[in-house]
Design a protein around this ligand. Sequence first.
Ligand code: GDP
Ligand code: IMO
Ligand code: MG
Length: 487
Amino acid sequence: MLKRTHQYRRSSQFSSQFSSGATSVCDPGAGRTVAQDSQVELALSRGRTSRGRTAVIVGAQWGDEGKGKIVDVLTQTFSVVARYAGGHNAGHTVIINGKKFILQLVPGGILRPECISVIGNGVVLDPLAFLKEVASLRAGGVKVDSNLFVSNRAQVILPYHRMMELGSENAPGRVKIGTTSRGIGPTYEDKMGRRGLRVADLLDTALLRTHIENACREKNMIAHALFNSEPLDADKMFREYADAAEQIRPFVRDTALLLNRALAEGKSIVFEGAQGTMLDIDHGTYPFVTSSNSTSGGAATGTGVPPTSIDTVIGITKAYCTRVGSGPFPSELVDARGEDLRKRGNEFGAVTGRPRRTGWLDLPELRYAGMINGISWLVVTKLDVLDHLTEIPVCVGYKVDGKETDEAPAQACGYEKIECLYRNLPGWACPTQAIRTVEALPKAAREYLAFIEKETGARVGLISTGPDREQTILVPDFVSALGLKNC
Ligand code: GDP
Ligand code: IMO
Ligand code: MG
């Protein structure tokens, strides 16, 4: 059993104060000499400077846990938010005083003008989707100039990636993953195959033309042979993406340098995960996963901030479970109770509108997420969705071939053998949406949360009882450990 293997660790750096001034982060080179820069970096690498605090926000289930809302809450004091993986397959909802924002590529920090938002090198960027999102934020009065940066090393999604994905998803004999059809998988394939186009290359017009011509020729041949797809027009694609490149140019930076300098200056960083642990390419329910490392390890590789600079990992879990797309889901409900959770939780994809599959909280899965990510704090969202229940079943263990186990099967078919062991916890059967302190929660709700803590070994630091920024209960120890303001 994996209980209590990832205890909460208090870091002295956490309680240190820091300034949230953004000027020098916006322009990494401003007013410094090369020698001064290398001094900062040398001192940083030797641990001589007091760097800013950092926290990774990671989905502890199958995505859509409410990461967007929680990143928004943390940015009340964190200075920088950096997305480290995925692309516009993500849909992160933030509701501020009733106004709804759905962010796909742009990190949640964008909704606080004093915060710096970074799209890291681990992200796959669809230039057109990025520009559309930026335009919609601008139209909504959100500041996006000089506070939003894109890594010059992020991979670029091009139309042939979508063509390959659609062909493959619909081809007879292939496993249908139920992807978001955004071209995410084929773009990561090209990255790993060392034939991808990066943002720096997108800005190099001659290289862009050659790349698109060659790639289109190759992809058109493959897609025609395998899926009988219509060929894409390379000339048209080049013109469209060369134009997009010029609009993206002002956002592009060496974001690894930007982030490490920000840390050296004492600025704090939230690493914003997309998707969730069970969708991770290595640790999820393969092959029913996304194509990147959505777990906390991805925060280092996906931003260029070293693992030694990561202070804490905050896992986000719903008070129950959901999954969208195909693949294993041990505690899934396929009856009226599942439909009830879907209705009460409004469980429909933020971007695709697809109905999400629903089920009870799965503690073996959560313990696994705790181990893989090193989760020290848990955030429990959507507690209010269970408000009407008098009894709440929770999966406390798995049984395979008559034996209890916490081991997550390596093969998707291994999940078919799992029998979930349930324990019924008392429900509280009263509304929680207006509650703002842990003490004011009904006793049964506090016991539900305490049970999660006991079973996972992680502390619950924040409870969300509604979609709005204000519908948040902060645990005082979490507030002091993370350097947050008490609301
Ligand atoms: P993310 O991808 O992890 O950011 O999550 P999504 O935004 O895709 O899905 C979470 C959904 O739950 C969104 O519609 C949020 O507005 C909503 N939400 C977040 N926290 C709560 C909560 O505590 N209660 C309720 N009822 N809804 C919530
Ligand atoms: P956020 O960040 C939930 C799922 C898809 C599909 C699988 C692979 O909002 O939590 P992909 O298009 O990535 O190749 O699809 O992953 N998926 C998500 N499910 N939330 C997400 O993101 C997801 N991003 C991808 O439904 O099953
Ligand atoms: Mg989502």
